[in-house]
Write a protein that binds this ligand. Structure first.
Ligand code: PLP
Ligand code: SF4
Length: 449
């Protein structure tokens, strides 16, 4: 238990994890794995995750441990051995760093072409730190919100955390975002994302959000915040020094008629179990926020129906609506976390069928792909061919939203790019797919969005 009245965030970065007292009872191989894998992928685990979430009697197989700690299988055996040899070698530091950087390139640090793909333009200049892909919703990546209280092993923003991605995917401050929003009256939703916007102080956050209360932004009805703070640091909403100020601010936003939607990210039902998270949820609801939940389905953490069913039941009970079950992207440790689409679909369906209608509000499995957000609605035999029944929940072209389409069934497919059109046809959007000069492929967006 964290016993102090005001717990202080203490985050341990990857290379120091193997020295934590918590893991001294794990065997020497496990500790060695931690050093090797964290030399190449970014990790960060804080005291709340260590002391309140991980069940150390079950580590290293505990799901929260698997979510947050390095594991040998996150790297291919060759890459693992390569990094291990490098750590043993007596290479000087600069050479070692260069060699590590070279090895990292094997992990697809920039999936798709996405960094620039959805960045909007204003006065013929890109507005960095914004994404505007779907008509109604603009994503804002505040420059000061590009980290998290702890990291998820499956995070597709890992390259950015480690400093090798193009960090221009962050606003220098609120002004460019505000300027763009003033000029786009079709936008009803602004989604602050990251990293985690709740890593910012309340004061910083206000600089971005408060201006939206003024009349030039009356078209913005919904203020969304994509955050995993409830899962990783619920004290952000309870005892942190500016927690009360944050809650009062949220109350002011809701009172002014804006809907404040906290887009939470829970990977496992245990994250909903602590006193701290329950207090935080209660306070957010009392301040007038609505809460929704989204997370990817990943192996070792939540790849079974009972985990999702139990998560959906508990959330709904606590006043959080299940929203999306995502499929994780093809970057970093994706081989370790990924599961075939047909398995993800089966888990979704089994979970759905064991909860009540009120708890069935999550849509999934969903992939954020280049043409749009694609849901797998089912697997069927049609005209002698086994197919995935798919549909756009969001699309670059609003006319595609809701349109069903069929992909050839593929047992091995784990991501949208693995799918091929069924019946020997083309994708119905293919003639349009180059509107922005981007072939179909992965788009990386924000935290599990
Ligand atoms: C998912 C997503 C959104 C939000 O979509 P909703 O279905 O409205 O939640 C907005 N922009 C991008 C780029 C997204 O990937
Ligand atoms: S998935 Fe989201 S919460 Fe997790 S590390 Fe990535 S940005 Fe942070």
């Amino acid at each position: 238990m964290l016993t102090t009245e005001r717990p202080k965030l203490k985050a341990t970065p990857g290379p120091r994890l193997s020295r934590l007292p918590h893991i001294q009872h794990l065997d020497a191989d496990t500790r060695h794995e931690i050093d090797v894998v964290s030399a190449i992928l970014p990790f960060k685990v804080n005291n709340y995750v260590l002391d309140e979430l991980i069940d150390w009697d079950r580590a290293p197989d505990d799901p929260i441990y698997r979510l947050t700690f390095p594991h040998r299988d996150m790297l291919s055996p060759e890459l693992f051995d390569g990094v291990a040899a490098l750590l043993r070698s007596d290479l000087a530091r600069p050479e070692r760093t260069a060699e590590i950087a070279r090895l990292r390139m094997q992990l697809n640090p920039h999936p798709g072409d996405q960094l620039q793909a959805n960045v909007p333009q204003m006065d013929d200049e890109p507005v960095n730190g914004l994404q505007h892909k779907y008509r109604e919703t603009v994503l804002v990546f505040p420059g000061q919100g590009q980290t998290c209280h702890s990291y998820c092993g499956y995070c597709f923003r890992w390259a950015q955390f480690i400093g090798i991605a193009d960090l221009k995917q962050a606003t220098p401050g609120p002004d460019p975002a505000l300027g763009y929003l003033r000029n786009h009256r079709e936008v009803s939703d602004v989604l602050f994302t990251g990293g985690d916007p709740m890593i910012m102080s309340t004061e910083r956050l206000k600089e971005y959000v408060e201006p939206l209360l003024d009349w030039p932004y009356d078209h913005v009805r919904n203020l969304r915040f994509g955050t995993k703070a409830l899962g990783y640091w619920p004290y952000r909403f309870t005892t942190d020094t500016d927690a009360d100020e944050l809650l009062r601010f949220i109350e002011r936003l809701s009172d002014s008629g804006k809907q404040v939607a906290i887009m939470t990210h829970f990977s496992h039902p245990r994250e909903l179990d602590t006193t701290a998270v329950r207090t935080a949820i209660r306070r957010l609801r009392d301040a007038g926020a609505i809460l929704r939940a989204q997370a990817p389905i990943v192996r070792h953490v939540n790849d079974d129906a009972e985990t999702w069913a139990s998560m959906w039941r508990t959330m709904t009970h606590l006043g959080i609506s299940p929203y999306y079950m995502f499929v994780e992207r093809d970057t970093g440790a994706s081989n370790y976390f990924e599961l075939p689409l047909h398995n993800a679909y089966q888990v979704y369906r089994d979970a759905l069928s064991s909860v009540s209608g009120l708890e069935r509000t999550a849509r999934g499995p969903v992939m954020s792909a280049s043409p749009g957000k694609v849901i797998i609605d089912g697997i069927a035999d049609v005209a002698g061919e086994r197919v995935f029944c798919c549909r756009f929940l969001q699309a670059r072209d609003p006319n595609w939203v809701g349109r069903p389409f069929f992909a050839a069934f593929d047992e091995q497919a784990v991501w949208f790019d693995d799918l091929r059109p069924a019946f020997g046809q083309n994708w119905f959007w293919d003639s349009n797919s180059n509107i922005d000069g981007h072939p179909a492929g992965t788009t990386q967006t924000a935290c599990v969005i």
